[in-house]
Design a protein around this ligand. Structure first.
Ligand code: GDP
Ligand code: ZN
Length: 458
């Protein structure tokens, strides 16, 4: 199958030490040879070698860039096609110039994600791995990055693959029982189906448990900072933002100037709500801020409730404490550098003593304690598993849930002695939903698979 040759700058735009242009397709080497001059023609160099030379304008022979060119012939490449990577060490302008020359010499500008799409279409990676590549690019924290990395290496695919394999075995048993009822095969009991289904359901459940954490890792733990005026909310925000240079995103299309800000606490991304409101100090905006804070409150996964330790609790603060019972709250007693008036026992009683953190934002004290408290909530007592298979993609979560309900139906059907060919349909549906996660739901292949592994003709 002929593949046209695509090219794009593979490194982020802007100034950098080096930039890489990636070329992939049948003509990748030929296109590059039209521009490259080095010791040998790229067509003649062994695969997986790095070659020093220059990029020249074909007509004038003018040197544009000094380069290192890596040649990787398919199928041993990311796309399984011939791939050439041209590393330039100039600024953005010269990289752009090299790309233009590559395009003039017969390559087409790649669409976004097209290299990864080719890797998928050519069977180099499956769908969940392709999606992980996207996650890698967007990862907002070290931890999210490691998880996406793991997924791109196929950890989710492997788990899904094992699960589906066991379902295929189960279906094979059922199929045999349907088609060859008189055949000498192991008697299928409803108990057997129920056992296999509940094992599969447990597996799916375990994956779904990770989904909540996975979502947080991708999107940030939605966090609201609240408290009455002057307790230190802005100071807290600034402190958190300093810890790790905040990424400020303007979300287009949202009303007003809602700003989302991400900060990282021990690798856990917090998506801080309503930061614009908190940063402003004028009275009018403080009042608007109250409205917004209400909204932020109901959306938040985590609430940082700030108090002034130098003052006693006000009635409205007591109300707030009562209102927040049952939510994920960390009570921050700020201004501990001043003589203390606040009754901490009231806070410990409401939220638990490990949820009360004493701080002086003025003197930058208690930050580590706050980080620990946040980490405790995030991992909710669980030891962080070294197995970083997190399901974090909405499509995967949806498919896992669909598979779960199909298998639950199969289980229930077995329990009420529904005919097994009916049960088979539910199991098959579950198997197909799981297959969609890794982009494999070719249902004709089911029959082949079943009989390829189950030898009847002995
Ligand atoms: P907000 O209105 O809740 O956002 O509070 P701010 O962060 O604007 O702080 C209000 C005032 O309290 C400012 O003058 C801060 O300098 C001061 N402040 C903040 N944190 C501390 C602290 O830990 N100790 C003391 N003594 N003052 C603080
Ligand atoms: Zn403020």
């Amino acid at each position: 199958m002929m593949q046209d040759t695509i090219a794009a700058i593979a490194t982020p735009s802007g100034e950098g030490g080096i930039a890489v242009i990636r070329v992939s397709g049948d003509e990748a080497v030929a296109v590059s040879d039209r521009l490259f001059s080095g010791k040998a023609k790229l067509a003649d160099v062994p695969t997986h070698t790095v070659n020093y030379g220059f990029i020249r304008t074909p007509h004038t022979g003018e040197r544009v860039e000094e380069v290192l060119v890596t040649v990787m012939r398919g199928p041993r490449s990311f796309t399984k096609e011939d791939v050439v990577e041209i590393s330039c060490h100039g600024g953005f302008v010269s990289v752009r110039k090299v790309l233009d020359l590559v395009l003039e010499s017969g390559a087409r500008l790649a669409e976004p994600g097209e290299f990864t799409k080719r890797a998928f279409l050519n069977g180099r990676i499956d769908l969940s791995q392709a999606e992980a590549v996207i996650d890698l690019i967007r990862a907002k924290s070290d931890r999210a990055f490691r998880i996406a990395m793991k997924q791109s290496e196929g950890s989710l695919s492997k788990r899904i693959g094992e699960l589906r394999h066991r379902l295929v075995e189960l279906m094979a048993h059922i199929e045999v029982n349907i088609d060859y009822p008189e055949h000498d095969v192991e008697e299928l009991t409803n108990a057997f189906i129920k056992e296999k289904c509940s094992l599969a359901l447990e597996d799916i459940e375990r994956l779904l448990v990770t989904a909540e954490q996975g979502k947080i890792l991708r999107e940030g733990l939605v966090t609201a900072i609240i408290g009455r005026p002057n307790v230190g909310k802005s100071s807290l925000l600034n402190t958190l933002a300093q810890e790790d240079r905040a990424i400020v995103t303007d979300i287009a299309g949202t009303t007003r100037d809602v700003v989302e800000e991400y900060v990282h606490v021990n690798g856990i991304p917090l998506k801080l709500l309503d930061t614009a409101g908190i940063r402003e100090t004028s009275d009018v905006v403080e009042r608007i801020g109250v409205e917004k804070s209400r909204q932020a409150l109901s959306d938040a996964d985590l609430i940082l409730l700030v108090f002034n330790g130098a003052e006693q609790l006000l009635p409205e603060e007591r109300e707030m404490i009562a209102e927040l019972a049952g939510r994920q709250v960390i009570a921050i007693v700020n201004k501990v550098d001043l003589p203390q008036q606040l009754e901490e026992a009231d806070l410990s009683e409401a939220f638990g003593s490990d949820r009360v953190v004493r701080m002086s934002l003025l003197e930058q004290q208690g930050i580590v304690d706050l980080e620990k408290a946040i980490a405790r909530i995030f991992f909710s007592g669980q030891v962080e598993s070294s197995d970083l298979t997190y399901v974090s993609n909405a499509r995967h979560i949806h498919l896992l849930k669909s598979a779960r309900s199909a298998l639950q139906e199969a289980f229930d059907a077995a329990e009420s002695y529904v005919p097994i060919d009916m049960i088979q349909i539910d199991i098959r549906t579950g198997w197909e939903h799981l297959g969609e996660i890794i982009g494999d739901s070719v249902s004709e292949s089911l029959i082949d698979q079943i009989f390829s592994q189950f030898c009847l003709g002995k």
